[in-house]
Design a protein around this ligand. Structure first.
Ligand SMILES: Cc1cc2nc3c(=O)[nH]c(=O)nc-3n(C[C@H](O)[C@H](O)[C@H](O)COP(=O)(O)O)c2cc1C
Length: 186
């Protein structure tokens, strides 16, 4: 698929983004954070309804506690790489975005998520999209976290995004082009 395509900053950033699961403990700058929030702000939404609310947590002690609560709920030995004791659900990232809404709006959240991830890649930051923390956030045990993140308990957690300086350089994951068909004439 990368054979004969136009290359520019945007296209190449999309191709070069990887999920990052090892981060430097160094916090991102406020200017970098504001850049990502601006990218999130400019995500499209259905009828411009802007249903997705963003909370950014940069408190490492709280993220450690979140990981404890997550593992106490889902188990410390479940066979998912996000859940090993050595690999916390937030992947030791110093910044976590949490996306919430008062309605089901996964498409809108997905578009905002990709904006954040591509903007992060374009300024040299790594990201990991994290759905698994929803097991805690959308359970009754997650209500305390909704309080701490200043959202009503009846809002849905949609997705989280870990953000930080990359401490790994993983190879690309395979992609299956057989899913795509171009129909030029029926
Ligand atoms: C909706 C969604 C949920 C994901 N949830 C998790 C997660 O809970 N934990 C995790 O470590 N990675 C998670 N990922 C990252 C995927 O595993 C990753 O995007 C996929 O393996 C492809 O790798 P790449 O992003 O490097 O291309 C998620 C990605 C998406 C799009």
């Amino acid at each position: 698929m990368n054979k004969d395509i136009i290359h520019n900053k945007v296209v190449d950033t999309i191709i070069e983004r990887r999920t990052i699961r090892e981060y430097s403990p160094k916090q991102i700058t406020d200017k970098e954070l504001d850049t990502l929030l601006n990218a999130a702000l400019w995500a499209p939404s259905g009828r411009n309804s802007q249903p997705v609310h963003v909370r950014v947590l940069q408190d490492t002690d709280a993220l450690i506690l979140l990981n404890e609560d997550f593992k106490n709920l889902v188990g410390w030995d479940t066979p998912a790489y996000t859940r090993y004791e050595t690999n916390p659900v937030y992947h030791n990232a110093p910044t976590m975005f949490f996306l919430f809404s008062d309605r089901e709006c996964h498409m809108d959240a997905g578009l905002m998520t990709e904006n954040i991830c591509i903007a992060a890649e374009s300024i040299g930051l790594g990201t990991c999209i994290i759905a698994s923390v929803g097991a805690l956030m959308n359970a009754p045990e997650g209500n305390i976290w909704k309080q701490r993140l200043n959202v009503p308990e009846d809002w849905y957690f949609l997705i989280a995004i870990a953000v930080g300086y990359k401490a790994e350089d993983p190879p690309p994951k395979p992609r299956d082009e057989s899913r795509f068909q171009v129909i030029k004439k029926i």
